[in-house]
Design a binder for this molecule. Sequence first.
Ligand code: FAD
Length: 448
Amino acid sequence: RTALALFTSDLRLHDNPVLHTALRTSDRVVPLFVLDTGIARAGFAAPRRAAFLAGCLADLDEGLRARGGRLVLREGDVVEEVCRVAAEAGAGEVHVAAGASGYAQLREARLRSALGAGGRRLTVHDAVVTVVAPGGVVPAGKDHFAVFTPYFRRWSAQRPRSMPAAPRRVDVPGVPGLPPPVVTAPPGLPKGGEREGRRRLAAWLRGGLARYAELHDDLAADATSRLSPYLHFGCLSPAEVVARARGAGGPGADAFVRQLAWRDFHHQVLAAVPGAAGRDYRARGDRWRRDADEAGAWREGRTGYPVIDAAMRQLAHEGWMHNRARLLTASFLTKTLGHDWREGARHFLDLLVDGDVADNQLNWQWVAGTGTDTRPNRILNPLVQARRFDPDGAYVRRWVPELAGVPGRAVHEPWRLDGARRPRYPAPVVDLAEAAARFRAARGLGGG
Ligand code: FAD
């Protein structure tokens, strides 16, 4: 018996129920990845993610070769390629991980019908991409949780599923495939792949995790795991990351596991409401402002608010941004400038190595107040936030060289520096008090 294991957002050999079940229930398995031309057409391709993905595929291929197999790589429409390979290999069954996005759900439906027409079976595995499957915990009478805290309570009480070890041997039938793609990675990009992800996870559990609770919001400390791209591509199993963090224990582990629950939370919202990738999850009747100059200043990091500019330049340079900085810049665009969250989400998806439909779109909606935040009208004041989360200004000086000579927290308000000391730096694009009043008026809220 031959089966096909279709890799999607689970580019790993450890704790991979898709590959494990395919191997357990058949004699030979085709480990297949399709460079899906539909993803680019849907607007979700980005050069940094393509480079990271190339690293993931090369690593997966090496891992399979070390076990007597190899990765079969194809390019084209994912459904057509799966059917073609299944026919070439004489495979009767295809295994795949369930995905949350509308695109993944459509892919699953198309696969089921195309394979069924050829007398083949599709088996979809839950809880591969997330720790708890979307729909695995739900409030009475509903299909998903809309509020995080009760979700987290139920999520935390779930018993972990068993985690299969990496296979010892993989026998692959002789079907042709392409060599792993070679993509020149932009400088500074983390190396993709399971081995690198596991190395980073081990280092994180030994090192940073213990102080995560106290430092994770400190912009300059840069003390978060930076595992997000490895989780996005599934080089790491989120269930394994949670289990190992829980094993380490302590307040750092608790705070870290909570963040991973946020990841599951957004996936279960998207799985139930796939349209939330593009439409307001909760319509607030917003009439978003449009201003190309303002949007350009935000994207390019020259709003005149140093903490915002530092964050946007970090994104442009590294393809990654600290979570606190993502909150600040998203709030600045949607609430301070009053621009549509989709405009910002698009820019993030173009640049982020960890760019993820569930986490990006639903975090943007959370910040914009059209999502699941239970306080949708709060505005994050960039000055107050900068003083709190970058108290000495070190984060700003790291990313905004024009201000590198300004000591201490004075760096957050360059407009207050007197003439001779004032560096060449843009004036603020907007007055914060006026912006807050404008936002409150637009939402039909009284007072300041
Ligand atoms: P850590 O602090 O070490 O957290 C560990 C892991 O938990 C992360 O790797 C991530 O998988 C998960 N996580 C942490 N915070 C969140 C969160 N708020 N929502 C969902 N998962 C979370 N994360 C993405 O993976 N892809 C995105 O496209 C993305 N876009 C975002 C856009 C906005 C506007 C905001 C506010 C947040 C976004 N996040 C996104 C969530 C979060 O900012 C990143 O996951 C985090 O900064 C990644 O760094 P880390 O791995 O060091 O995180």
